[in-house]
Design a protein around this ligand. Structure first.
Ligand code: PMP
Length: 453
């Protein structure tokens, strides 16, 4: 057996192997999945704009007018007016001076972090930040200090101890992609000010969903203009593909000169840009979609509670149903699927070991009846499998991150001492005893699985 076969077998045995499921047609509320019609409850097409006729038409027209490819990096073959138009609209939408597009959210995070931090600098990163932030931190070659999820005391503690003479950067998701909870943005901005750090906030799961007019979590917290770089994606609420950074004019000029994924990668395709422009227009014209998303999230949560499935009491559009163990999570996913609902199981390395879950994502285009139907299917499947989701949920929320998901962020985790502790290295040595089995993977985070001693 060669190394690749061995790895695949290992993933199978650990209940961690993945496969691509075939979807026929667009990411609407109902799709045909592997030949079977199901309700789609795990797409980031939150506002239902990816399949909206006006968005489709705009993309099709742009393909005819501009062609399909942007041809090269915009710094090489020139920028198309349509890209510039979207940047202007996004800057106005985000109430910032300027905006620049990237090929994707992954590239935008990698580019922005790499521009603001390098060797000799320090990046302070929430432990549940998205993989693109984790990878951006790694690529930057800065020292990376991971703080406990949403724990600003720990962040403060780290800021006091690290950073030296180099630049300092705090980076966080605003809405965390697998939990749907919010970063403490006001405290982060205050700490950044106090400690002379810059900030990057990734609004991937907030733009179009939160704040006045769907302007995001930063607008909701009344912090527009207070963040150094705001990252948004076009691939979620804005129904398209690509991403952008909003910032002051000089910061955008700096990104254009230093952000490698922008300099060395082909600009996003004109049809995607035109689609996002149409989506942004629709969001402006019909902000009720944002309310609809919120009320749909409430409907789903209530219906889940009625089925004794714990769904938390937040109003967020991402509803994590923590199961715990990987195999049990996938059994629930398959059982729910047999009952006509597709809610993907999310396992390590995307989430910490022991906190595998179904990540339910509500769309504004779901009807209330569809969401009730989904909750009934999930409740029935959980009963069929005898799963105690209430206990799993509370275990998941007690999850101690230094044991799992952070694993081996190239020893970055050595900083994960409790706030107030003077000896962060104690955490590292405990971990060193646990004989980790490293599973390099193309998922969202690296992972160290701790074998039982
Ligand atoms: N940031 C977050 C928080 C995300 O969830 C994602 C995608 N899942 C990205 C960035 C990457 O965005 P894109 O899909 O546009 O690369």
């Amino acid at each position: 057996m060669n190394e690749i076969e061995q790895r695949l077998q290992e993933l199978d045995e650990l209940g961690l192997s993945r496969r691509l499921r075939m979807v026929s047609g667009p990411q609407g509320p109902r799709v045909v999945l592997d030949g079977k019609p199901v309700l789609l409850l795990c797409s980031n097409n939150y506002l239902g704009l990816a399949d909206h006729p006006r968005v489709r038409e705009a993309a099709a027209e742009a393909a005819m007018r501009w062609g399909v490819s942007a041809g090269a990096s915009r710094l090489v073959s020139g920028t198309m007016t349509i890209h510039h138009r979207l940047e202007q609209r996004l800057a106005a939408f985000g109430r910032c001076e300027e905006c620049v597009l990237f090929g994707s959210g992954y590239l935008a995070n990698a580019g922005a972090i790499g521009a603001l931090a390098g060797r000799g600098d320090a990046v302070f990163s929430d432990e549940l930040n998205h993989a693109s932030i984790v990878d951006g931190c790694r690529l930057s070659r800065a020292q990376v200090l991971v703080y406990r999820h949403r724990d600003t005391d720990h962040l403060d503690w780290l800021l006091r101890r690290h950073g030296g003479d180099g630049r300092r950067l705090i980076v966080t998701d605003s809405v965390f992609s697998m939990d749907g909870d919010l970063a403490p943005l006001l405290e982060i901005v205050e700490l950044a000010r106090e400690h002379g750090a810059r900030t990057i906030v990734d609004e991937a799961h907030a733009i179009g969903m939160l704040g006045p007019g769907g302007r995001g979590a930063i607008a909701q917290a009344d912090l527009e203009g207070e963040i150094d770089i705001v990252i948004g994606t076009l691939g979620k609420a804005l129904g398209s593909y690509g991403a952008y950074a909003c910032a002051r004019g000089e910061t955008i000029r700096y990104l254009i000169n230093t952000a490698r994924p922008l300099i060395f990668s082909t600009a996003p395709p004109p049809p995607a840009i035109a689609g996002a422009l149409a989506a942004l227009e629709l969001l402006g014209e019909r902000p009720h979609r944002v309310q609809r998303l919120r009320s749909n999230a409430r409907v789903l949560r209530r219906a889940l509670s009625a089925e004794d499935v714990p769904a938390g009491d937040s109003e967020m559009h991402i509803v994590p149903l923590i199961v715990g163990e990987e195999q049990a999570t996938m059994s629930l996913c398959e059982t729910v699927l047999r009952r006509g609902v597709f809610a993907q199981g999310i396992r390590p390395p995307t989430v910490a070991p022991g906190t595998s879950r179904l990540r339910l994502a509500v769309m504004a285009s779901h009807t209330a009846d569809e969401l009730r139907e989904a909750a009934r299917a999930i409740g029935a499947a959980a009963r069929e499998l005898n799963l105690d989701l209430a206990s799993a949920q509370s275990r998941g929320s007690e999850f101690a991150p230094d044991e799992g998901v952070l694993g081996d962020l190239e020893r970055q985790v050595s900083t994960l001492a409790p706030a107030g502790s003077s000896d962060p290295s104690s955490v590292e040595s405990e971990r060193g005893d646990s004989s980790p089995l490293k599973v390099p993977f193309d998922g969202e985070r690296d992972l160290v699985i701790h074998r039982a001693a």
